[in-house]
Design a binder for this molecule. Sequence first.
Ligand SMILES: Cc1ncc(COP(=O)(O)O)c(C=O)c1O
Length: 501
Amino acid sequence: MDYLKRILNARVYDVAKETPLQLARKLSERIGNRVWLKREETQPIYSFKLRGAYNKMARLSAEELARGVICASAGNHAQGVALSAATLGCEATIVMPVTTPKLKRDAVAALGGKVVLHGDSYSDAYAKARELGDAHGYVFVHPFDDPDVIAGQGTIGMEILRQRQGEIHAVFVAVGGGGLISGVAAYIKAVRPEIKIIGVQMADSDAMLRSVRAGQRVELADVGLFSDGTAVKLVGEETFRLTRELVDDFVVVDTDAVCAAIKDAFEDTRRVLEPAGAMGIAGLKSYAAQHGLQDKTLVAVTCGANLNFDRLRFIAERAETGEEREALFAVSIPEERGSFKRLCQAVGDRNVTEFSYRISEERDAHVLVGVTTASRADAESIRKSLEAERFSAIDLVDDDLAKEHLRYMVGGRSELAANERLYRFQFPERPGALMRFLTSMHPNWNITLFHYRNQGADYGRILVGIQVPDGDAHAFQAFIDGLGYPYVDETNNRAYRLFLG
Ligand SMILES: Cc1ncc(COP(=O)(O)O)c(C=O)c1O
């Protein structure tokens, strides 16, 4: 199949625009390479997805268009299909999981798409779309595994080479089902084979990398949902074939690194990307660091900006940890006049992000201190200045309990909480999950502490203190194991013991 020809002949510009290839000045300076961003989030639907969808649909016959099209999607592909249908004057049915945020459903409906809600996951929606397509004769528009969709996405590669004619060391592309990277790689490898194409995958959603390593498509049982645009359990057959043949290497990134990349993009463009949209940047940074790249020209495709506003808090917080820009300490100081002032002096003129304290003992005061830092070494120097004052300081930057809960609830020690056990749970953030947790609790067990905070993440995190009569120990263990949520027994956590237990 001649993808170069298909891409050169692709029809995308009735709906898509040629997006800018922009130098990210601050990021370039910071990492010592020239970083260029291919700004696909500036497309009319805030992602590249309209290129592939339109190229597929513009090639349908008048008879096929009259029958109408159908697709399954929880987000960006749905908007691409709806916009293309509106432009071509055909009907589009879009099957979305019932958990799809209203914002995305409304965006599709506003473009004239007919929304059908079905099932909990993309796979359920996909099965339903196939069934409805067969029953009504609609043409199915696949989100990635279709040569016309791949060729449409490939026009991004064509634009990059036209816009930047000099040396390019590598191009970094987020991978979900593989349509985007297949198209970009097909064009660039045909025209400038020396340019490296690097696929970027989330650590908890890496179906393409596993498939390439195994030499065959591997289906994942579960995928992390933080980067919803790339949360794919099984990659396409054609996208697997092309990726395996054309992609030079992969780099794997985690949630914190993606949050930091969203911040990098914001600082250079004043745009907020969605997680999948920032993966290219996160991968570029990680790859450049791993390979010690300097003074090279690197391109990241910023491929989407359809972000729910309520995720911003989580992203902003994690961006700091992702870059190690904040240190968190539990500092114990003598409960006496002047020691608080000495603590402030030891912290110096650094930016304090958190300072929490409540009197609890006669002899010592325990203070939770958050400080903005430039690097991990900075945190170590703060710890040393605290210890020079003979304050004991525990570095909590790797302590999830301290970062996710304790910092928001210092001051809760109580005489009444004798023999309290403390557990930290994680559950998928979906409607009803918190209630299910609460209602399955045994009424005889006394809850002595409860903390939940919606952070806009894919997982809800709660902290529970509970008093269980001695005779109920076995029943209690069976209960927490039976809930089916991952949990950690934090009863002996040192920060908990200092502030709450
Ligand atoms: C913003 C964004 N980035 C990346 C991808 C991954 O594209 P592909 O599934 O073609 O690999 C998607 C897919 O929907 C997306 O919406």
